[in-house]
Design a protein around this ligand. Structure first.
Ligand code: SAM
Length: 250
């Protein structure tokens, strides 16, 4: 798999939660991850604003959040005082074998090297410790928005979906035992005009650094197609299904 550079979310920290489904998304994802956590020490890697991390709370689990972005973590610090640390997923700030769980929620497609991240999780976990990963890109949605909106990711970021769901195959190659493969659904109401606005505001990471020429060639036509759909202000309920993988270190 082609290596790429980690994507910090610093530039969108102030809007991240509003434009990614807010509390409803966080609750759905945390509910899918929490049952798989063994008791003990958890490091949520790429925790961002900590909105999902905080939802993982359990009396027998001690939470710490880490992320590349100070700006994202500033919000996490308000939720998890004293329990946030700036760190790269490939260099976790813990000694060998001390963690009981490492989680990645919507993270692995953004890291430069998913294999190195999972190898680092292996180092940090005790035998019997677990990785829980929720893929950041959903399975394809079959509706009238998909050909204009979802297709943009596939054109602009080839391999992104595979990277998002790579935890299972890479983990098994590294020697983890696959305990569970499933998916969690986050259902969001979305209008064509709302999506077109969000694209124009470059709220999605695959649009952040897009050169003007590519923007004109690919994005402007997609926005026009979205705005031309019937009922452009009528919400469509989109069932975003995000793959979930649970791995155990033998
Ligand atoms: C889509 S956000 C997910 C945030 C959070 N897990 C959530 O679901 O709300 C991806 C996060 O991964 C962080 N990130 C990207 N590459 C990273 C790396 N190599 N190490 C640590 N964090 C990273 C970004 O800064 C961003 O906050």
């Amino acid at each position: 798999m082609e290596e790429h550079v980690s994507t910090s979310y610093a530039r969108i920290a102030d809007r991240y939660e509003d434009v990614r489904g807010g509390a409803a998304r966080a609750v759905a994802l945390a509910d899918a991850v929490r049952p798989w956590l063994p008791p003990g020490r958890l490091l949520d890697v790429g925790a961002g604003t900590g909105i999902v991390t905080a939802g993982l709370a359990r009396p027998d689990v001690s939470l710490v959040a880490c992320d590349l972005s100070v700006e994202m973590l500033a919000r996490a610090a308000a939720r998890l005082p004293g329990r946030v640390v700036v760190a790269d997923a490939v260099a976790l700030p813990v000694p060998d074998g001390v963690l009981d769980a490492v989680t990645y929620v919507w993270v692995l497609h953004h890291v430069g090297d998913a294999r190195a991240c999972l190898a680092e999780a292996w180092r940090a976990l005790r035998p019997g410790g677990r990785v829980v990963s929720v893929a950041g890109l959903p399975l394809p949605v079959d509706d009238d928005l998909a050909p204009s909106f979802d297709a943009l990711v596939d054109v602009l970021r080839p391999g992104h979906r595979e990277r998002a769901a790579a935890a299972g195959p890479i983990g098994v190659e590294l020697g983890f035992r696959a305990l569970h493969e499933g998916a969690v659904t986050v259902a969001l109401d979305v209008t064509p005009n709302g999506l077109a606005d969000a694209i124009e505001q470059r709220l999605f990471s695959h649009l952040w650094d897009l050169p003007d020429e590519r923007w004109r060639e690919l994005v402007e036509p997609a926005v026009a197609r979205l705005r031309a759909l019937p009922g452009p202000d009528r919400p469509r309920r989109r069932p975003y299904r995000h793959p979930v993988v649970v791995l155990e270190r033998p």
